[in-house]
Write a protein that binds this ligand. Structure first.
Ligand code: HEM
Length: 521
């Protein structure tokens, strides 16, 4: 009897639940037709103002989305209640997909130990410096600067994880993840209905239009090639005693020396390496963000970006330098004063080069690479400020809104002004450390952030020490004179698609670059 009464009360409570405001939902379709077609982060901010709320609610079949527009709401839910708001939908060897389980926590712990601690960073930095020098070589000898920057990002991660330094895009360890990305892209574009209406997964593969079974079949061998391919190569090198220093070789040498390692430890290390190797890929992140709402993806025409987050950040850096010669000159003057025009930058120079760090912060803030962060799911029903948040909802943090908040970052947040991160005396302003917003929130925040930041810093310092970034032109050869001329891709990981940036030849003739083949640690 008591049980019945309690269930009745629960039903009454649920039927009276109050959700945060948002556009009125249609029967069955919910708010599907309301999703913005372009720059949804800006539209969500407008909606927030219109409804006078930092949290918005949208209904789609099978679940509810909550858009979080302010740092306060994100802090209250994703950080302070991280215990509840750190879930995802799915299981896989990919950390971003993993549910909030012990397995996910173990993988994250290991990932952070190898990539996201000061000790790990000290080891990884030597790889990053060498990758930056290999980039300078390539910039000297090719005209494809876009390709050079893309290759530099892959080169960095592959050398840190496996001690492998690819020289072109035909390298099998570049091709396998790119092919896997293509499948994620296909799934995001074509397989959306399954995630929106999960019962469709039971449809037989022979039915016309049922593509997801085939995509899954294509993906499986590629997925294991990504996890096993480079790992096995390093295993062979370790047996021959010729492996270069890397996270994988350190682990495999320990294994060879007989330190006891359980099979689950080995599997976890292989997965972590594979995650780091793929971690920069946005197609996966994009797929993840919209896993259950690819319908919206198609409707929003938010296509799948073909480049990684680190590469987008490098593009944004080069672009900012081309559009702001005064910033570039100031950065080069600071580099000259520290390096004396006789050597290339090292991480030890970082404290003396706060302006370069301010530029990297501003690159991550100005045009955030992922204006909406990856969703978090809550594992239990919750209540916030009188609003009901049912278990299994998708919480979408509006990173763009946080990074463009003038209360936090000072005036004119649409403009590229690295000085906003500096004190009057030119030192870094410790109060403006909120740049980590760009890397997500709470227990799900990006465990590759230290490495990503270091990579951006050393690449930026090298490019500025050795080159002048020239005026930007669009694809028709017209000079771009202001930020408003830029056309950003309508992808969830964004970059300016309408420009070509030239680099002036090496401006430090006294610097001797090591030959590429000598340049391995
Ligand atoms: C500029 C570069 C990068 C940016 C802006 C970035 C941003 C992000 C964001 C926003 C998230 C989601 C956080 C959340 O759910 O709250 C994330 C997650 C993640 N990132 Fe990054 N990231 C970058 C580079 C990297 C790199 C280089 C790696 C690996 C080497 C990496 C590995 C990961 C992983 C494994 C996750 C999933 C974490 C989890 O779900 O527990 N990221 N990143």
């Amino acid at each position: 009897m008591a049980l019945l009464a309690a269930s009745a009360l629960l039903v009454i409570f649920r039927s009276k639940k109050r959700f945060p405001p948002g556009p009125p939902a249609l029967p069955l379709l919910g708010n599907i037709l309301d999703f913005p077609k372009r720059e949804s982060w800006k539209v969500y901010l407008d909606w927030g103002r219109a409804y006078n709320s930092d949290i918005l609610s949208l209904k789609i079949p099978g679940t509810r989305l909550f858009v979080l527009n302010s740092a306060q709401v994100i802090q209250d839910l994703l950080v302070k209640r991280a215990n509840n708001y750190s879930d995802r939908i799915g299981t896989s060897w990919l950390i971003p997909f993993m549910n909030n389980t012990e397995r996910w926590r173990d993988h994250r712990r290991l990932f952070r130990r190898e990539f996201d601690t000061p000790e790990a960073s000290a080891v990884n930095r030597s790889h990053e410096v060498h990758a930056a020098r290999r980039l300078l070589h390539r910039l000297l000898s090719t005209k494809d600067h876009e390709g050079d920057l893309r290759l530099a990002a892959v080169d960095t991660i592959l050398s840190i994880t496996y001690g492998i330094t690819p020289t072109d895009f035909e390298h099998p360890f570049i091709k396998a993840p790119e092919d896997l990305n293509a499948i994620f892209g296909d799934v995001a574009k074509g397989g959306y209905m399954v995630d929106l209406f999960p019962f469709l997964r039971y449809l037989p593969a022979w039915l016309p239009g049922v593509k997801f079974h085939k995509l899954a079949r294509r993906g499986r061998p590629l997925s294991s090639a990504v996890v096993l391919g480079p790992y096995q190569e390093v295993q062979n090198q370790v047996q021959k005693g010729i492996a270069l220093p890397s996270v994988a070789s350190k682990f495999l040498y320990e294994l060879q020396e007989g330190s006891i390692k359980s099979s689950s430890e080995i599997e976890m290390m292989r997965n972590v390496l594979g995650n780091a190797y793929l971690g920069m890929s946005l197609k996966i992140m994009l797929f993840l963000t919209f896993k259950r709402i690819e319908f919206l993806l198609r409707r929003c025409r938010h296509d799948v970006s073909r480049i990684s987050k680190t590469v987008c950040a490098l593009y944004n850096f080069v672009l900012a330098m081309a559009l702001h010669p005064e910033v570039q000159k100031k950065a080069q003057a600071s580099l000259d004063s520290v390096l004396g025009g006789t050597r290339l930058p090292e991480f030890d120079d970082m404290t003396q080069l706060p302006y370069i760090s301010a530029i990297v912060n501003e690159v991550l803030r100005w045009h955030p690479i992922g204006p909406l962060a990856v969703y978090h799911v809550n594992s239990r029903d919750d209540e916030y400020n009188g609003y009901f948040i049912p278990k299994g909802s998708m919480m979408i943090p509006n990173t763009w809104s946080l990074l463009h908040d003038e209360g936090t970052f000072g005036p004119n947040t649409n403009q590229f002004i690295p000085e906003r991160f500096l004190n009057f005396d030119g030192s870094l302003n410790a109060d403006r450390t909120n740049m980590d917003y760009a890397f997500g929130f709470g227990r799900r925040s990006c465990p590759g952030r230290l490495m990503a930041r270091d990579t951006l810093w050393i690449m930026a310092a090298h490019i500025l020490a050795a080159y002048d970034v020239l005026d930007p032109f669009d694809m028709e050869g017209n000079k771009l004179t202001s930020e408003s001329d830029l056309e950003y891709t309508n992808t969830m990981v964004r970059y300016a698609s309408n420009l070509l940036v030239g680099l002036n030849t090496l401006k430090l003739p006294t610097v001797q670059l090591p030959a590429p083949h000598e340049d391995h640690i």
